[in-house]
Design a protein around this ligand. Sequence first.
Ligand SMILES: [Zn+2]
Length: 607
Amino acid sequence: MRLSALKNKLISDKTLVSIALVTALSACTSTGDKLVDNVANSDMANVDASQQLTSSDYSKKSGGVAPIRQHGLIMQYADLHFTVLPDTKSLVVKSKLKLTSAKPTTAVSVDLDRVFQIDRVMVNGSVLPASNYSNPNGELQLNLLSEVSGEFEVQIDYQGKPREAIRAPWDGGFDWKKTKSGEHWIATAVQGEGCDLFWPCIDQPYGEVQNMDIKITVPDNLVAASNGVLMDVSSNNGQKTFHWQTSSLHNTYAIALNIGPYDVLESIYKSVFGNDIPVSFYHLKENTEKSKVLFEEIPPMLDFFETVIGPYPFGNEKMGVAETPHLGMEHQTINAYGNNYRKDEFGYDWLLHHEFAHEWFGNQLTNNNWDHMWLHEGFGSYMQPLYTQYLHGDMAYKAHLFKQRIGLINKFPIVSNKPLAVEEVYNRKVGPGNDIYAKGSLILHSLRELIGDEAFFDATRQLVYGTTKPVPGNFAPRFSDTNEFISIVNNITGENLQWFFDVYIYQAMLPELIMERTEQSLTLRWEIENNRPFPIPLDVSINGKVRTLILDEPKTIEVSRKDVVIVDPLSKVLRHQENIERYKAYLKAQREMKMAEFNKEIKKAEK
Ligand SMILES: [Zn+2]
């Protein structure tokens, strides 16, 4: 095997591991035309000069503690005009931002990667001298000539080569790829690093912008798909400009450019709630037949979400999908899809379903801090087994959950109750990592078993929409966190279930059930980190007869050797299980062995 082929295989194996973990575990005006002309003649030497800088750690992080210049600052509106130059992997951008400051100030900032050269900054229509702004570290700091308070406008023109994604969507940026036929195929994916990798924003979960105009100018053989509604397409000088408009709060990292030789499949979905929802699927022309099959999966998925959770939140914009060179991402109203039209044993495309789930859990409901990311990913990952149950019943549902069960880490709590950057959540050396996916999902399964379907789905709707009776028009995108979810659950059930969340969410270790069986008896007790109370009802089946125990203290029941005893026969309670730990250890050893073999072969080939 050749070295490059070997390395590719190694990379694809690593990708597969990640995929498995995730599974176990998303009218150009005349001014615009002038811009296009300018871009065609632009001095690319300037663009190259900007490449001496790489993205700072500040730019590569998203969220965490906000810089002081952004305190009290809100972005209401952004008009972004990107001219994308695929041959040089660069951008020329004109941006106009409407900001509001809660206090009078002359010192404000927006986040924008320092790889870009700033051509001009204007504040309320006047040019800001270059000495009044600087961007050494990815925080573009503006010293205004006069104090602003309330609403003000900032225009920033910039250009350069945006950070290239190393392994989108996990290590993000611009993904510059080519299709089989050799045409440019480009996507952005910046969940981990944030919006500031390509547009000036407030790179915090709360930095969502109410309304945006996104204009994308591309070579005219390509199509640019983005968030919201397509207002207009115009042509000029061998280029096309696609004008997209959003009219709802969009997650900052969910703003995305998808560019390729696309065809589009379109239909209108008749909502369960009576409204019409436009559905668009931008797919590569070479995948037309496969994409038609996938397109047919969308209406039943929408039926599921609307019946089980509630109305599709962005029905007045669209339900959109764009085929991307990377696996996928929950880009609002334009979900990135790159799962190669694979089907699994559950009969649908899990990736499309997972990203789509984020329209409810992530885009409609957004965590107010990345620390609560499990509200996006735990619910997002629980929706696939739930859909499996909706389609095929209990066997498939529990099989799906069991697959998720294998991937748990249990090294750090799901939530630590302090402001975290998204990287800290995903870094398994300091944070929960992939536990926000599969463990979150399994915790929700146990919660549903504990409180019953009615309370569980009411609490979910209250969390997502702020009401248990959502209908189109009576809700708007909202922010929430784990504490609010706990109080919603307590209110709806009329019980104090803090103990449940204390054990599962705020502590890393899973509850372990200690069972001691003798010739005459079985003694059961919980071993819980920090000896916290864990009064969860536990079913025990003895020869098929089920009794329910609350182990607030060790309990002994009389059983003989002949009795068939099954603890938790319906798998309601997530707990430590030695058989799973042993299997995980076996899988880890296999992976390490394979990795060592690959490394050996690579060394041999290099000689
Ligand atoms: Zn997700």
